[in-house]
Design a protein around this ligand. Sequence first.
Ligand SMILES: [Zn+2]
Ligand SMILES: [Zn+2]
Length: 339
Amino acid sequence: MKALRFYEPGRVALDTVDDPVAGPGEVILKLHATGLCNSDVRVYLGEKKAAAGVIPGHEMSGEVVEVGPGARATVGEVVSVCPILACGACSFCRDGYRNRCPSRKTLGYDLDGGIAEYVRIPLPLVATGQLLPVDRATPPQVRALVEPLACVLNSIESIETRAGAPLAIVGGGPMGLVHLLAGLAYGAAPILVVEPVAERRAVAMKLGATMAVSPEDAAAARDSLTEGEGFPAVAMAVGFSDALPTALDLVRRLGSINLFAGFPPGSTHTLDLNRVHYDEVRILGTQNAPFHLYGKSARLVSRMPALSQVVTNTYSLDDAAEAYSARLGKSGLKSAVVM
Ligand SMILES: [Zn+2]
Ligand SMILES: [Zn+2]
């Protein structure tokens, strides 16, 4: 089959590799679409590790075409994948946080992922229900958003996003916009998006933001939308530590800021500790999602048609390497390889 492989920072290439075969308990998916994540780009830039020679891509959707002996799956099923291989026995796994398992492996980083014609889903993922059925009528590049949407649900739930409660999102890139759509699905209102790029602000408004402003106008927007109080929930969907002061400026007393995006290694920031102490502001982080949010995401993804507007750049498998270079240029929003 054809597959993209990651060799070293700055080098990915389309190769011909052996077709995967389903062993006992395993499943082969014929891929329909795989999203390119900012973390894939960070691997490409050398900011995040992945195995040399691995097939990247952890945001996968496809169809079951081969079922190994004893595997619980049906040929023809359309599924998205929770790509985390966790031990199942540590205290994090027992509490439902497979995403925090110390021996976690992830398809697309440690094991072959979905920028290929087929992917082998290892036994532990099949056995623990990590193949999530998704409505076949949903476009493949939207089905591939089950993983990133689960991550975003974890983010907005961590800051207690609720119906009728104001939400601020710092960063109007693809994941900031998925925060916006998820916030709308949860009924949050008003929703402010802070984003320096005018085209992205326009998309945020089109998708239903109450207001979308550049960082210089964030304080004025906060005052007009929350009568000066600030937002109980602030999600930072950008990995620049320089954006933290904006988030701190937006958050209400007793409010929470979630650091959703990863930062370049070694990123630090100083902050006024009394803002945390006297105002009882909470600063949290989330990465990926506990498993129950994957189920929620797989159900929601087909009911959020506007998600299709977030995937602006699609590539064939033959052009998959280009998806990386286009992301570096930051043209468009989210990219996906559609097979
Ligand atoms: Zn991702
Ligand atoms: Zn574990």
